[in-house]
Design a protein around this ligand. Structure first.
Ligand SMILES: Nc1ncnc2c1ncn2[C@@H]1O[C@H](COP(=O)(O)OP(=O)(O)OP(=O)(O)O)[C@@H](O)[C@H]1O
Length: 258
């Protein structure tokens, strides 16, 4: 039987048959990142459709964060291309990608603790020409469940509230696609449930998501489709039920602890 350590067996036919669709919201083509002799992302074709909510999972060191940073432009690929909304953005600077509708929330909070919640929400809006700043802030406060904390310094919020604030800061830009790196790491069960509800509701309104997450309970709550990355390559894709039942996927996770 083939094993994940056999490079020829890493991609199953169902994945290999997935062609590049440059008209999808996001498509990477043979995307590769090497750090010296280490190939962190290895010729990845990753496609996300309009309005989709995709979770990206995989063992530690699989290349998830590196893939995300290649998509946002924080890192430049060694080889390959990134397409967003049908446009080749491989050489586009990060800030232009944000303006084009590609928002990101990294793992650690990027909020201004001394400013109030409302002031934090105002910052990304300065990038836009929206005239209705006050109503945009009010709408976002309600959306992220912080309407009663508008005047609270962001540093006084709980960890879960800070994460929701930062998701709110990204949504004020009305992105087509939001990338989230471990949005519920370190959260309580209640906080996790509220972030799941927020992501689902934004997705119901049409926002596409790529969510990197280790918490499978959370992935089960939110995800339409799951992509499993292993050793820098796409290992498997499918519904959460298919992924959880996949013995090869179970094996790569077990291998991590072996
Ligand atoms: N700047 C860098 N320089 C050298 N190696 C790096 C760098 N960034 C990541 N790597 C390596 O690339 C590989 C993939 O790392 P990455 O952080 O993308 O994995 P990950 O799937 O996000 O892991 P985790 O779930 O632990 O966050 C790892 O072996 C990591 O050590």
């Amino acid at each position: 039987m083939s094993t994940p350590s056999d490079p020829n067996a890493r991609i199953k036919p169902a994945v290999a048959a997935t062609g590049l669709d440059r008209d999808a919201v996001l498509a990477t083509e043979a995307l590769t990142k090497r750090f010296g002799g280490l190939t962190a992302v290895d010729s990845v074709d990753f496609t996300v459709d309009e309005g989709e909510l995709r979770c990206l999972i995989g063992p530690n060191g699989a290349g998830k964060s590196t893939l995300l940073e290649l998509i946002t432009g924080q890192l430049s690929p060694t080889e390959g291309s990134v397409y967003f909304d049908g446009i080749d953005i491989t050489d586009m600077p990060s800030h232009e990608r944000i303006d084009a509708g590609l928002s990101v929330k990294f793992q650690s909070p990027h909020i201004y603790e001394a400013l109030t919640v409302a002031q934090n929400l105002q910052i990304p809006l300065q990038r836009t020409d929206r005239a209705d700043v006050d109503s945009a802030i009010r709408e976002t406060l309600a959306e992220v469940g912080l309407a009663d904390r508008a005047e609270t310094p962001a540093g006084d919020l709980s960890h879960g509230q800070q994460q929701r604030l930062e998701i709110g800061m990204a949504t004020t830009l009305e992105p087509t696609l939001m990338l989230l790196d471990e949005p519920v790491a370190g959260m309580s069960v209640e906080e996790t449930a509220s972030v799941a509800e927020l992501i689902r509701s934004l997705n119901d309104d049409g926002m596409a998501f790529v969510v990197i997450e280790h918490d499978m309970e959370f992935v089960r709550k939110i995800s339409d489709r799951v992509t499993v990355l292993n050793q820098g390559a796409i290992f498997q894709q499918g519904s959460i039920e298919e992924i959880e039942a996949d013995e090869d996927v179970q094996r790569i996770y077990l291998g991590e602890d072996a």
